[in-house]
Design a protein around this ligand. Structure first.
Ligand SMILES: Cc1cc2nc3c(=O)[nH]c(=O)nc-3n(C[C@H](O)[C@H](O)[C@H](O)COP(=O)(O)OP(=O)(O)OC[C@H]3O[C@@H](n4cnc5c(N)ncnc54)[C@H](O)[C@@H]3O)c2cc1C
Length: 381
C-alpha cells in the first residue's frame, strides 16, 4: 500500500491478515452465511494471532497501534467479500471492547480483557432499543440502584453478536429526570446473569453470518462494580466510541466497494458480448472508472479523518462525512457492479449478489446517513 499513513507495522499486519482471510475466511464464508453464525474457532484463531489487541495499549497485552491498525485489519477483512464477518469482528474489537479499555477500572480490564483478546469471549455493545435507535438519548432500559446492586429492566434491539455473545456493554437510564443525553450509564453484563437472555435471533436482509438479536433484561441484578465508567456519563462514552465505530464502517464500505469493483472488472474482461469483451464498451469502462474514483475519494477521506483522530484533533464532522460518503458510495458502486454482472449478479452463488445486500446496512447502522448529515450541518459556524 503506497500511502503516507501506513508504516512497516501496518504492512506486516496486512500480510498476516490477508493470509488469514485467504485461508480461514474465504473458503468457509458461504457455509457460515448458511448457518447464520461464525464458529468460535475463528475468534480463537484471530485471538491467537493477536488481531484483537492491535489498537489497545501494550500494557494490556495489545500492540498499541493507532486507527490505521484497525483500518488495515478492516480493509483486509473487506477483501473476503463477507461483510457479516467484518461486522462481527469489528463489533467485537473496535465497537464494543474499547468501551472497557477506555472507561473500565484496572480491575475490570484485568478481569475481562485477556479473554476478549484471546477470542474466548465475544463482545457486544447494546445501545439500540425497539423505540430508540438514532435517538440514543431516548432509550428506556432502566437501571435502578438497590442496596449493593444495580437492577436492570428493559430490552435492546438489533444487537450484533447478541445471540452467541458472552459479554455485553449495555446502555441504561440511571437518571430518568435528567434532561436529554444526561442520565445514561454503561454496564457490563455477562452471559448467564439471571434475568438476562437473548430474545429472538433476528432474520436479516444481509450480513447473514453475523448474528443479530434482541436482548431481554428482567430484574437483572448486577453488583455495583459492573457500572462501566462514570454514572450518568454513558451517553458521552457512546458518542466517543461512535468515532471509532464510524471509521470502522467507513473502512468496511470502501474495502467492500473495492472488492466488488475488482470482481466486476474481472467479470467484464472475461464476459463476451456483441463480438468483444464487455470491457470494450466505453460506457461500462467509464462507469467503472467513476466508481473507482469515488472509492479512492472515500478512502482518502477515511485516512484523513483517522489521521486527525490519531492526532487528538476534534474531527466529529470529518468522521461523520466518512460515514455518510462511504456508506452511500458503496451502495452506488454495488449497484453498478451488480448491473454489469448481468443475470449472474442476481443469483445467490455470485459474491456481488451478497455484497449488494450486505452493503445496505452501512447507510443505516451506526448512525443513519440523515443523522450523520445533521452532525455535519450542526458544526457549521
Ligand atoms: C444488522 C444490524 C446490526 C446492528 N447492530 C447494532 C449493535 O450491535 N448495537 C446497537 O446498539 N445497535 C445496533 N444496530 C442498530 C442501528 O444502529 C440502528 O438501526 C440505527 O441507529 C437506526 O436506528 P433505528 O433502526 O431505530 O431507526 P430510526 O431511529 O427509527 O430511524 C429510521 C430512519 O429515519 C431516518 N432518520 C432518523 N433520524 C433522523 C433525523 N434526525 N433526521 C432525518 N432523518 C432521520 C433515517 O433514515 C433512519 O434510518 C444494528 C442494526 C442493524 C440493522
Amino acid at each position: 500500500m503506497n500511502s503516507i499513513y501506513f508504516q512497516e507495522e501496518h504492512h506486516m499486519l496486512r500480510d498476516q491478515v490477508r493470509r488469514f482471510v485467504d485461508e480461514e475466511i474465504r473458503p468457509h464464508g458461504e457455509s457460515w452465511e448458511e448457518a447464520g453464525m461464525i464458529p468460535r474457532e475463528m475468534y480463537r484463531q484471530m485471538g491467537e494471532l493477536g488481531f484483537f489487541g492491535i489498537c489497545f495499549p501494550e500494557k494490556y497485552g495489545g500492540s498499541g497501534m493507532n486507527q490505521f491498525g484497525m483500518i488495515t485489519l478492516g480493509e483486509e477483512l473487506g477483501r473476503s467479500s463477507f461483510s457479516g464477518v467484518s461486522s462481527s469482528v469489528l463489533v467485537h474489537m473496535s465497537m464494543s471492547s474499547p468501551h472497557l479499555v477506555r472507561a473500565g477500572t484496572e480491575e475490570q480490564i484485568a478481569r475481562y480483557l485477556p479473554k476478549i483478546l484471546s477470542g474466548e469471549t465475544v463482545c457486544c455493545v447494546a445501545v439500540s432499543e425497539p423505540d430508540a435507535g438514532s435517538d440514543v438519548a431516548g432509550i428506556r432500559t432502566r437501571a435502578v440502584r438497590d442496596g449493593d446492586d444495580w437492577v436492570i429492566n428493559g430490552s435492546k434491539m438489533f444487537i450484533t453478536n447478541g445471540y452467541h455473545g458472552d459479554l455485553y456493554f449495555v446502555a441504561a437510564k440511571t437518571d430518568p429526570s435528567a434532561k436529554g443525553s444526561r442520565g445514561i450509564s454503561m454496564f457490563i453484563v455477562e452471559k448467564g446473569t439471571p434475568g438476562f437472555r437473548p430474545g429472538r435471533k433476528l432474520e436479516k436482509f444481509g450480513n447473514l453470518c453475523a448474528d443479530t438479536a434482541e436482548l431481554i433484561f428482567e430484574d437483572v441484578r448486577l453488583p455495583l462494580e459492573n457500572l462501566l465508567g462514570e454514572e450518568n456519563r454513558g451517553f458521552y462514552a457512546v458518542m466517543q466510541n461512535f468515532q471509532t465505530e464510524r471509521l470502522a464502517i467507513g473502512t468496511m464500505a470502501t474495502s467492500e466497494a473495492q472488492t466488488a469493483l475488482d470482481l466486476t472488472i474481472e467479470h467484464v474482461r472475461n464476459r463476451k458480448a456483441f463480438g468483444g469483451a464487455l470491457m470494450d464498451k466505453q460506457a461500462i469502462r467509464q462507469r467503472l472508472a467513476m466508481a473507482h474514483s469515488k472509492i479512492e475519494a472515500g478512502r482518502q477521506l477515511l485516512y484523513h479523518a483517522a489521521w486527525l483522530d490519531n492526532q487528538g484533533i476534534d474531527c466529529v464532522q470529518e468522521v461523520s462525512m466518512v460515514k455518510v460518503f462511504c456508506a452511500e458510495m458503496v451502495n452506488e458502486v454495488m449497484y453498478d457492479c451488480q448491473q454489469f454482472h448481468g443475470g449472474m449478479g442476481y443469483i445467490r452463488e455470485t459474491a456481488v449478489e451478497r455484497m449488494v445486500r450486505d452493503a445496505r446496512l452501512h447507510a443505516i447502522g451506526g448512525g443513519a446517513t440523515e443523522v450523520m448529515l445533521e452532525e455535519i450541518a450542526k458544526r457549521w459556524n
